[in-house]
Design a protein around this ligand. Structure first.
Ligand code: CA
Length: 235
């Protein structure tokens, strides 16, 4: 029996692909590498991977498209690796359903820590799913924890996985203020996070756009300056 977790690397730069392969194998994973978006997508859709490391700038099909197409069919965790460190790219990446985002050059230790965190989360989800209870109501927002659905005024909202996870986490712990580090640990699953905490701010900003009434002064997810974020009790 082979219990090794499998990681798909989609990266067209041979040197980077080799460094990734070497380190990921050394850390105990099995790997397969594809050097363009199209064959990367085909390989990803076989469904045999526990995680995908995905470059953005790829021949034949870019990483955004690969990510979106994988998400139509599979929940496999996807970490985007990119040389582009711009906020719109980051938002687009998270919007197409990527779980995480790393800007090159990155530290291998940090990458491996995120790989572990994302795989652990993914394999825990079946368990979480079973214990998830019923629904939570926050004004006109209804969170259906059993089916991972959020409705506003009866209409289903299109939330990314992380947006859903964040909202559900706040809702289940209404009244409690969370720092960005705590959210990274609780929702992204990082034990020792030393990367970019703006991922939290970006995800919360996207979430607010989707759940709040247009032009509203106070968001459902409130900011406690200098401390963190929270949802008020008894909404
Ligand atoms: Ca590339």
């Amino acid at each position: 029996m082979d219990n090794k977790k499998k990681i798909l690397i989609v990266e067209d730069e041979k040197t980077i692909a080799e460094i990734l392969t070497y380190n990921v194998k050394t850390a105990g994973y099995e790997t397969e590498t594809k050097y363009d978006g199209k064959s990367g997508l085909e390989e990803a859709l076989t469904g045999k991977y526990d995680l995908i490391l995905l470059d953005l700038m790829l021949p034949l099909m870019d990483g955004f498209e690969v990510c979106a197409k994988v998400r139509e069919r599979l929940d496999t965790p996807i970490i985007i690796l990119t040389a582009r460190d711009t906020e719109p790219d980051k938002i687009r990446g998270l919007d197409t359903g990527a779980d995480d985002y790393m800007t090159k050059p990155f530290s291998i230790n940090e990458l491996l820590s995120r790989v572990r965190a994302n795989i652990r989360r993914y394999s825990n989800e079946t368990v979480t799913h079973k214990i998830a209870d019923t629904t939570i109501e926050l004004g006109d927002i209804v969170i259906d924890c059993e089916n991972y659905l959020v409705k506003k005024g009866g209409k289903v909202l299109e939330l990314s996985k992380k947006e859903y996870d964040l909202l559900a986490y706040f809702a289940k712990n209404a009244g409690k203020i969370y720092t960005r580090e705590e959210l990274m640990s609780a929702v992204w699953g990082y034990e020792n996070f030393y990367g970019d905490l703006r991922t939290i701010d970006v995800t919360i900003a996207r979430l607010r756009q989707k759940i709040d009434d247009p032009g509203t002064e106070e968001s459902l997810i409130q900011t406690k300056r200098g401390m963190g974020y929270f949802i008020a009790q008894n909404n």
